[in-house]
Design a protein around this ligand. Structure first.
Ligand code: GLN
Length: 541
């Protein structure tokens, strides 16, 4: 099996959508019937992304096999419609950790263990293993950060070595071209300098993808071509897009797919993107609006707002809207606002549905509970995800069953009614301060109850698998009381101990799940709960 490797590097600044770019490159090759997989390299020392703060790093992506990963893996899964295993996310922590462990086991006995070749060997081994496991024709490897950062240098070195050792490798450099306001002109110098930095590392890009406000013109292509030693027709525009799913089509218009195949000397094939086009068209041209509120808290970072913390939820809403030819209009609400001023809850009336997504820690919890009470009583469609389910249960316990001060022990360890409590096995883990990758993570089955809304939305199948990331659960001691007072457990774990889905009957749509179905939503296969939720929102319209 000989795979073709495409290394995607970044230049000038970070945050220019390198992940979307890498995913789009994968898409246009996959659209030609080639098998594609993707690897993300994060040059930080954390073992995985599970311990990173969402406001700083965006959402933590959860894989089917229980990985807590950088959100770029989410872009790859969505664009390529494949499940990507956790080992396709490589961090410096993993690389050094593995080499040091190996050294202690005596596997390098007698040798001096050094960054080169032992660290580069481990990087190469992991990249090749990912390609091998996926039986991929093309393996896209995105090196996180921008060229010139000290901590990522070793990865460029490993990539260069792979090529030198005879693997089929090309380099695609994604760099930013600023248009300074006072000049009004697109400047190419930073791109040139970032390509020089690549050169110092022994890498000559085969393609340059120009991230900018708009398309790059001929004059600038010429300039970049001369200074960066890249043929003019290998300089590709990647303009700002309102709809990122359009990028594969923008690349296709510039024949990037066939140019890549030509570079590798691989057989040319016609791309099949008609369904994808329909999806993009729905997102771009639907005019009927559906207003979706997201009640969260991970929005603020300094003076800026960052809805990136909820990116999979947002994307899942978009997929469900496209399937119904609707235009989603998002309203992001910080639940703290509802705590400071309960009058503000009336804003929920202006929405067609609200989502309470996942979250951790006590901050903003009471505001979310107030919002859930409001939409439950006023029959506004509601979808609760993980923490959203837990708080829906707390709210129900307090206001329907009458259990005063009911709470989750995550927020009030001394609550008289711990309706949400930590799993006994989780209690042990926390006692020993083992925070890394120790939650209930990844795909778990739920047995659905025939006749429920959730059962119907999943297409009347008895068992579904969704991805999880949590420590707390509906306390089995309260199962009976909750059900007696009308809460329907529409799905539970096979042993019946854990509540996976709940719903209310006398409500147009009040559904919550302990899982994160947003992680399995794909552009052409919206997650069933999101689809049902959006359809309920239209009915309200
Ligand atoms: N904090 C809650 C728990 O750990 C919910 C987690 C989540 O929403 N992902 O169970």
């Amino acid at each position: 099996m000989h795979t073709n490797y495409i290394f995607v590097t970044g230049g000038v600044i970070s945050g220019i959508g390198k992940g979307i770019t890498a995913a789009s490159i994968g898409k246009i090759l996959q659209a030609r019937g080639y098998r594609v997989t993707a690897v993300k390299i994060d040059p930080y020392l954390n073992w995985d992304a599970g311990t990173l703060r969402p406001t700083e790093h965006g959402e933590v992506w959860v894989t089917e096999d229980a990985g807590e990963i950088d959100q770029d893996l989410g872009h790859y899964e969505r664009f390529l419609d494949i499940d990507i295993p956790k080992k396709n996310n490589i961090t410096t922590g993993q690389i050094y950790g593995t080499v040091i462990e190996r050294e202690r086991r005596g596997e390098y006995l007698g040798k001096t263990v050094e960054v080169i070749p032992h660290i580069t060997d481990e990087i190469k081994r992991r990249i090749k293993a990912a390609a091998e496991e996926a039986q991929a024709d093309f393996t896209i490897v995105e090196i996180g950060g921008t060229v010139g950062e000290y901590q990522s240098e070793i990865y460029y070195m490993a990539a260069r070595l792979m090529k030198a050792e005879g693997e089929k490798v090309i380099f695609i450099h994604v760099a930013y071209l600023p248009i300074p306001k006072h000049l009004g002109e697109m400047k190419t110098k930073p791109v040139q300098q970032s390509v020089e930095r690549l050169g110092e590392l022994g890498i000559q890009p085969d393609f340059i993808i120009c991230r900018a406000e708009g398309f790059i013109d001929d004059v600038r292509k010429e300039k970049i071509s001369i200074f960066c030693n890249v043929p003019k027709d290998h300089i590709i525009s990647n303009p700002d897009l309102e709809n990122v799913y359009e990028l594969p089509l923008i690349f296709e218009e510039q024949n990037l797919g066939s140019k890549i195949l030509e570079k590798f000397g691989v057989e040319q094939r016609k791309p099949e993107l008609s369904e994808w086009k329909k999806f993009v068209d729905a997102l771009n041209n639907a005019t009927k609006k559906v207003r979706i509120g997201i009640v969260g808290k991970y929005f603020e970072i300094g003076e800026y707002r960052l809805p990136d913390a909820y990116i999979s939820v947002i994307e899942a809403v978009k997929h469900a809207c496209a399937a119904n030819f609707l235009k989603p209009v998002f309203k992001f609400m910080d639940s703290m606002d509802f705590e400071e001023d309960p009058e503000k809850l009336s804003i929920l009336n202006e929405l067609d549905g609200i989502i309470v997504p996942g979250g951790f820690g006590a901050k903003g919890i009471e505001g979310k509970i107030a919002a859930i009470k409001y939409v439950r009583e006023r029959k506004i469609p509601f979808l609760g995800l993980c923490l959203g389910l837990q708080l829906a249960v707390v709210e129900y316990a307090r206001n329907v069953i009458g259990l005063e001060k009911a709470n989750s022990t995550e927020f009030d360890p001394n609550t008289p009614h711990p309706v949400i409590d930590i799993l006994p096995e989780q209690r042990e883990i926390l006692k020993e301060s083992r925070y890394g990758a120790s939650m209930r993570l990844g795909a778990y089955p739920a047995v659905l109850k025939p006749g429920t809304l959730v059962y119907r939305l999943y297409g009347n199948v008895p068992v579904v698998y969704e991805r999880h990331r949590h420590r707390y659960e509906v306390n089995p001691k309260y199962h009976e009381a909750l059900q007696k007072h009308g809460m329907v457990f529409s799905g539970v774990s096979p042993d019946g101990r854990l509540v996976e889905f709940i719903e209310l009957r006398d409500h147009p749509f009040f559904v919550a799940t302990q899982a994160h179905p947003e992680f399995k939503s794909r552009p052409l296969k919206p997650a069933p709960l999101f689809k049902g939720f959006i359809e309920a929102c239209i009915k309200k319209l």
